[in-house]
Design a protein around this ligand. Structure first.
Ligand SMILES: *Cc1c(COP(=O)(O)O)cnc(C)c1O
Length: 532
């Protein structure tokens, strides 16, 4: 399989990359995102043959369709290594949430940092290491190394660090705003003391961190000299890795319904708490590959650019609000560009069909890329763009959207805790609320993207608030976090807390500190690497 950029408008000779090249590059030089040149065909009997496969075996059926530059035996080792770090035998189990409403939870939080990003980042870390080792085994003169630099508002840094810790030829620097992440988040990142992991607490805001990272990537000599790499959510390998759990959960649901999907058609909807559109995009690919998915429900928090798009056809950037679901606090949804490309591609393919028999799909691809270039130009120059109503209608064949407010998050956590004895984290609560809001005749799988024990203050607040309270910013409350962890250590956690969190505040830590000026951060990174 080869990969093209969503913004490559050259009709006859789009530049095509191998999987390895697409993964190592991350973003395309033209600013676009890599997508597979075509959607592979699954074996006709996949519903029959794959229904009992374990998670790793499903990866081994799906990944080779998109990866032809890694020998199967090596791929198997990478997959085994990536998912052996998960605590649950099923890796991503499905449990019933409300059988009357046919709601299920797909628990994606059994990895090392208790959040769904582990599914992709455990694999991506191993892939990076593998590709670098391969390069180094053939080149005698030059040692290939990379320096991964990223900014986090707290939640995603941990998954990146755990994906890259202890990997050969990789150094990772994660910037977080000092004192503005929760105690658990800070501890999760800074208690990883492997020598290739470097946390930097920046005296500033998350925006300062992000701006500095962008400035470092724009510094071409620095970027070259230190081989900067990014592992952000637009990396194709992350999307690919996430496709597996849609298949796995679908088959798990079939077993729970005692249905053989090759004999009886079972259509399943998915509700996905969405920020950068990476998680739900994997569901879109699963559906396109032929998995019987009905609707994909985009559940947003108050940062609702996607919900507004589905209401109006306008994709328009606004300021970011802080919510109780910080991992979804985004201004634009970076992976949405991939879906938009397919939207135009499908429309163009159907309108040129019949006129010319050959070269249609390349023409449609070119048309899609041209449209994306123009929309993305409008997004950066005017803050938004609008799509035609027929395209919006076509998008709604696959997607529905719901916006969930802070107070609805708290209400939902509280309700399911009382009525179902199930504690949801604030992100998962958004997906569940969205599923409840849209009635469906299909069973709905709600993606549980984080363990409730990661968001101590918000969950505690939801369970203990009086009826009339609504959600203001409650997640930064170190004293409360300390007391909940203390109760857990004494064997009386108010709700489930992962074992590794108990005592985490007292563990050894390593963290650098720095001012927000990119020049100072660059200096600190160079000094740190030169010392090694
Ligand atoms: C990242 C994240 C999300 C959003 O996923 P996207 O792929 O960005 O849409 C939702 N919940 C949690 C807990 C996350 O960490």
């Amino acid at each position: 399989m080869l990969y093209r950029s969503t913004r490559d408008t050259s009709s006859l000779t789009p530049s095509l990359l191998s999987f390895e090249e697409a993964v190592l590059a991350g973003l395309a030089p033209d600013g676009g995102l890599y997508i597979p040149q075509s959607i592979p065909k699954l074996p006709e009997t996949f519903l029959k043959d794959w229904q009992s496969l374990k998670f790793g075996d499903l990866c081994m059926r799906l990944f080779p369709l998109f990866i032809d530059d890694i020998p199967l035996a090596d791929l198997q080792l990478l997959i085994d290594k990536s998912y052996s770090t998960f605590e649950h035998a099923d890796v991503t189990p499905v449990i019933p949430l409300d059988l009357d409403k046919r709601l299920y939870l797909l628990e994606l939080f059994h990895g090392p940092t208790f959040a769904f990003k582990d599914v992709a980042l455990q694999f991506l870390g191993n892939l990076f290491e593998y590709f670098l080792e391969k390069k180094n085994s053939v080149s005698q003169d030059q040692q290939h190394r990379i320096t991964v630099i990223g900014a986090t508002s707290g939640d995603t840094g941990g998954a990146a660090i755990y994906g890259l810790r202890n990997k050969r030829n990789i150094n990772v620097f994660i910037l977080h705003p000092q004192g503005r992440v929760s105690l658990i988040q800070e501890a999760q990142m800074t208690t990883v003391v492997d020598e290739n992991v470097h946390n930097i607490a920046v005296r500033g805001t998350f925006d300062d961190c992000q701006d500095s990272v962008k400035a470092l990537f724009r510094d071409e000599p620095f970027r070259q000299a230190y081989q900067l790499g990014a592992i952000n959510s637009i990396n194709w390998a992350r999307i690919l890795a996430q496709i597996t759990y849609y298949f796995h959960s679908y088959f798990s649901l079939c077993r729970q319904h005692q249905v053989d999907p090759s004999l009886t058609r079972l259509v399943v909807d998915y509700a996905v708490p969405t920020g950068n559109f990476g998680d739900i995009l994997a569901g879109f690919y699963a559906k396109r590959l032929g998995l019987p998915i009905g609707r994909l429900i985009i559940a947003t928090n108050e940062n609702d650019i996607l919900h507004r798009f589905f209401e109006t056809g306008h994709y328009e950037r606004q300021g970011v609000k802080m919510t109780l679901s910080p991992a979804m606090d985004i201004q634009v949804s970076s992976n949405f560009e991939r879906f938009l490309w397919y939207l135009v591609f499908d429309h163009s393919s159907s309108s040129v069909m019949g006129k010319e028999l050959s070269g249609n799909s390349e023409k449609a691809a070119q048309a899609a890329s041209e449209q994306i270039v123009s929309w993305m130009h409008d997004l950066s120059s005017q803050g938004g763009f609008k799509v035609d109503s027929h395209l919006l209608k076509q998008a709604k064949d696959t997607f529905r959207s719901v916006r969930v407010s802070n107070s609805q998050i708290l209400e939902t956590i509280r309700k399911f805790h009382i009525e179902r004895k199930e504690t949801l984290d604030p992100h998962t609560a958004i997906g569940v609320k969205a599923a409840e809001t849209l009635a469906s005749s299909n069973p709905v799988v709600c993606l549980a993207t984080a363990h409730p024990g990661k968001f101590l203050a918000a969950v505690y607040h939801a369970l203990n608030m009086s009826q009339d309270e609504s959600g203001e910013r409650v997640e930064l409350n170190p004293a409360l976090e300390r007391s909940i962890l203390q109760e857990a250590a004494e064997g009386r956690p108010p709700f489930p807390i992962p074992k590794p969190f108990i005592g985490i505040l007292d563990r050894e830590r390593r963290c650098l500190t720095c001012g927000p000026d990119p020049a100072d951060i660059k200096q600190l990174i160079m000094e740190t690497l030169n010392k090694k």
